[in-house]
Structure formats: structure tokens, C-alpha cells
Design a protein around this ligand. Structure first.
Ligand SMILES: Cc1cc2nc3c(=O)[nH]c(=O)nc-3n(C[C@H](O)[C@H](O)[C@H](O)COP(=O)(O)O)c2cc1C
Length: 187
């Protein structure tokens, strides 16, 4: 049973989750920048493939690349995880996760969410500027709700809400690929 974890990370949260998962399932770990250079045969040797990308303005970074690849890998166990700055019980998370995959893709890819946080020290300038604009827009909004005010305050400095416990459902799902294989092998 071989598992591959591919990730894209700007400030480190998605990379940390990818490392936790890879360690737990004894899988291989690859940055998307390196994965995209690999030929089709490279992916053949894996039973399960998992892609992790961070949330940016309601979409999952580089998910288009993985979804295109995944269409040719349907026989494998496929998973995706998204790492965002919102806590997992934020209803906005559900809304954008719902739209991340088509109905067809949902049949062969399982999608998970892991809360990350904000790390302004590691953020690239364009992201930092975008976040500054977003938080000041929220702060100056005349009819801002209490929730939006709290969110703007929280997002104006770095915080970390990541936790290794969020990898548990992802790990169980990926490890099932091994059980299925073993059952088939026994037959
Ligand atoms: C420009 C920008 C847009 C973002 N948009 C969202 C978003 O729509 N939803 C969300 O939950 N987090 C959003 N975030 C927060 C990131 O997803 C979060 O900081 C994540 O932990 C980054 O992962 P990384 O450390 O792997 O780069 C955004 C961050 C930036 C910089």
C-alpha cells in the first residue's frame, strides 16, 4: 500500500498538515511544484493520492491542477484537503467546499477541511496587501455584523488554530485503500 501526499503551501500550515499525514500513513510527500513535473507513470505506483491546498478567496489553491490529474486516476483512493484561516464550524467553509468539486468529482474524490491560521511573517507581499485591504474593508464597513467585526480583529494579526487531530478522518480514509487492496488480494 503506497500513499502520496501532494501539497501547496504559502505560509506553512498546509505543508505541516501534509507532513503529519505523510508521517502517519508512511507515505511519500511532494510539493505540487515538483509533482507537476512528474510523468503519468510516476503516479501509477500509488494506491492512494491526497492533495492539500490552502483556501484563497473561497477556492482551493492549485486544485484545478489536481482535479485534472485525478480524472485519470479514478481507480485509486483520492482525497483532497483544504487548509483555511477559518475554524471548521464556520458556515462559509461548508459553502465553498460544496462548490470545490463537481457532482461527478465527488464520486471519486473525498474532500476534507483543516483549520490553519494566518502567518503574516511568512506571507508574500501580494497576499499581505490583499489581507490588509480585506480586514480594513471589514473594519470600516458601516453595517458590519458582530461576527464580521470579531473576524476582522482576529485576522489583523497572526494566529494558529491548526491541530493534528484534524488529520484523523483523512488518515482513516486513505488507510481504507490499503484494506480494500488486502481484501482483494486475499480473494
Ligand atoms: C489572499 C488570501 C485569501 C484567503 N482567503 C481565505 C478564504 O477564503 N477562506 C479561508 O478560510 N481562509 C482564507 N485565507 C487564509 C489562508 O487560507 C490561511 O492563512 C491558510 O492557513 C494558509 O495556508 P498555508 O500556510 O499553507 O499557506 C486567505 C489568505 C490569503 C492570504
Amino acid at each position: 500500500m503506497k500513499t502520496l501526499i501532494i501539497y501547496t503551501s504559502q505560509t506553512g500550515f498546509t505543508k505541516k498538515y501534509a507532513q503529519w499525514i505523510a508521517e502517519k500513513v508512511s507515505g511519500d510527500l511532494l510539493d505540487q511544484k515538483d509533482a507537476r513535473k512528474k510523468s503519468g507513470e510516476f503516479f501509477d505506483e500509488y494506491d492512494a493520492i491526497c492533495y492539500g491546498g490552502w483556501a484563497m478567496a473561497g477556492s482551493i489553491v492549485k486544485s484545478k491542477w489536481f482535479l485534472e490529474k485525478a480524472a485519470d486516476l479514478k481507480s485509486k483512493r483520492l482525497a483532497m484537503f483544504c487548509v483555511g484561516g477559518s475554524p471548521s464550524d464556520n458556515p462559509d467553509v461548508d459553502a465553498y467546499l460544496q462548490n470545490a468539486l463537481t457532482e461527478e468529482e465527488k464520486k471519486y474524490i473525498k474532500l476534507f477541511y483543516c483549520p490553519g491560521g494566518f502567518n503574516y511573517e511568512n506571507m508574500k507581499a501580494p497576499s499581505r496587501i490583499a489581507m490588509k485591504m480585506f480586514t480594513s474593508m471589514l473594519k470600516n464597513k458601516k453595517d458590519a455584523t458582530e461576527k464580521e467585526k470579531v473576524m476582522a480583529e482576529k485576522m489583523s494579526s497572526s494566529y494558529d488554530i491548526s491541530d493534528i487531530k484534524y488529520i484523523e478522518p483523512i488518515v482513516s480514509y486513505l488507510e481504507d485503500a490499503g484494506n480494500e487492496k488486502t481484501e482483494k488480494d486475499v480473494e
